[in-house]
Ligand binder design. Structure first.
Ligand SMILES: *[C@@H]1O[C@H](CO)[C@@H](O)[C@H](O)[C@H]1NC(C)=O
Ligand SMILES: *[C@@H]1O[C@H](CO)[C@@H](O)[C@H](O)[C@H]1NC(C)=O
Ligand SMILES: *[C@@H]1O[C@H](CO)[C@@H](O)[C@H](O)[C@H]1NC(C)=O
Ligand SMILES: *[C@@H]1O[C@H](CO)[C@@H](O)[C@H](O)[C@H]1NC(C)=O
Length: 404
């Protein structure tokens, strides 16, 4: 493909009518995922075409702090799910992954590690494999599975103009299928112990803004004020966490949203003058985080054995943006990889669109932070090292979660 073809494709993605679904060539979808279109259960039963080699971190501990880490979410934590789907939301080409441990693209929307990689290391676990990228054997899943899919939202159809994704509800179905396999292979008691002492990390919600609310899909803005839209998202999330709880999940980390209004794509599309963040969007994100935090407090009261933590990624990220010098960043509004003003106009699709050194940038591409930012935010989730992001009901902290 020459660059003008690529540009035309990108422009057509950007200006797609958000309500119509993307016409991705059927042959490619069939080849990538033969059963997905006809059978909604196909993702559960179909083994992936060819599992990629899984990168292992330097040294998983022999006695990890939790037996396993399970990840549910969107592109903030996708580690390869979308490589197997027919979608434009994919990160399986350079320069993605260029600063990762393997220096190869993996499907992570980052130059390097994503937050759950850092978290797995802290817990003494290997990097968690993607559900669609492992063999389906219990041995592969026993230390955790990552179900996250770029483009997914809390609302089923959020992000569907990009192509296929595994929505939040479908990800939870995949979790349930994994649990069934645990029960069959190790028996109910052992499976119960594993599930109830593992950690579940949920990072989702951006696409309900990027691809739904902010695009006014189905005229949503005239029927829901941001406040009631957020309330709707929070209550939907609450039901999903209850489903997990009913399947014996006890330890859940709910990540709040980062300041999307500062993402290069919105600086470009809202004509930011000097890189100032789009306040209207950030206000909605803050309300989302408030609604989620409130919902998490409710859950901890209603579910006796629940241990749910909310992490406010907004405050932690704003601290990095405001005090960027102290953190070693000198490029705060331009993405490292992209095109146009703030590098916010188009997706990052080739190595020559990327800056040389991402580590002094806050943003890697239009929407996603760099490895350097992920490292700092993960430190905050772990220990409140830079800014405290955690809100939790102290009486309920189990020993397993005392470090998170
Ligand atoms: C999908 O799974 C559900 C529940 O496991 C089952 O009731 C349904 O029949 C399945 N659908 C197909 C098309 O296999
Ligand atoms: C959202 O869409 C509805 C219905 O199409 C329209 O009436 C309304 O003006 C739109 N709102 C905004 C802010 O564009
Ligand atoms: C950021 O710092 C690097 C060196 O550390 C320098 O090469 C680069 O020009 C600086 N960029 C800006 C926008 O100040
Ligand atoms: C990239 O920038 C960081 C921070 O400014 C610096 O420490 C590092 O040496 C640079 N790396 C390269 C390859 O230039």
């Amino acid at each position: 493909m020459d660059s003008s073809t690529i540009f035309l494709i990108l422009i057509s993605i950007l200006y797609l009518n958000p309500i119509s679904t993307l016409e991705y060539p059927q042959e490619i979808i069939n080849e990538l995922y033969p059963d997905l279109m006809d059978n909604p259960n196909a993702t559960i039963s179909t083994p992936p075409a060819k599992p990629p080699t899984l990168p292992f971190p330097p040294s998983p501990r022999s006695s990890p702090l939790a037996p396993a880490l399970f990840v549910i979410g969107d592109s903030s934590v996708d580690c390869g799910t979308n490589n197997f789907l027919g979608t434009f939301a994919r990160a399986d080409r350079p320069p993605y992954g260029r600063d990762f441990d393997t220096h190869q693209p993996t499907g992570r929307f980052c130059n390097g590690r994503i937050p759950v990689d850092y978290l797995a290391l802290r817990l003494g676990l290997p990097f968690v494999p993607s559900y669609l990228g492992q063999t389906g054997s219990v041995d592969d899943m026993i230390r955790g599975v990552n179900y996250a899919s770029a483009g997914a939202g809390i609302i089923f159809s959020s992000g569907s103009e990009l192509g296929q994704h595994i929505s939040l509800t479908q990800q939870i179905e995949q979790v349930m299928d994994t649990f069934q396999q645990f029960i069959l292979s190790m028996g109910e008691d052992a499976a119960y112990n594993l599930i109830s002492s593992s950690i579940f990390y949920i990072s989702i919600g951006s696409n309900d803004y990027i691809h739904y609310y902010l695009q006014n899909v189905s005229g949503v803005q005239s029927r829901y004020l941001p406040w009631s839209f957020n309330e709707f998202l929070a209550q939907t999330m609450k039901l999903e966490i209850k489903n997990l709880y009913n399947a014996n999940v006890r330890n859940v980390v709910v990540m709040g949203l980062a300041p999307l209004g500062c993402a290069p794509n919105y600086l470009w599309s809202y004509n930011s003058k000097n890189g100032e963040c789009v306040e209207m969007i950030n206000d909605m994100i803050m309300e989302f985080n408030f609604a989620m935090r409130f919902m998490v407090e409710e859950l901890n009261r209603e579910l006796l054995e629940a241990n749910v933590i909310f992490c406010d990624a907004f405050e932690g990220s704003m601290d990095i943006i405001k005090n960027h010098d102290r953190y070693g960043f000198n490029v705060t509004s331009d993405a490292c990889c992209g095109y146009g003003k703030y590098k916010g106009l188009v997706l990052c699709i080739s190595s020559d669109m990327a800056c040389k050194n991402a580590s002094n940038h806050i943003w890697w591409d239009q929407f996603h932070p760099t490895d350097a930012v992920n490292a700092i935010l993960s430190d905050n989730v772990w220990s409140g090292l830079h800014t405290s992001m955690k809100y939790k009901n102290d009486l309920k902290i189990s020993r397993k979660l005392k470090h998170i």
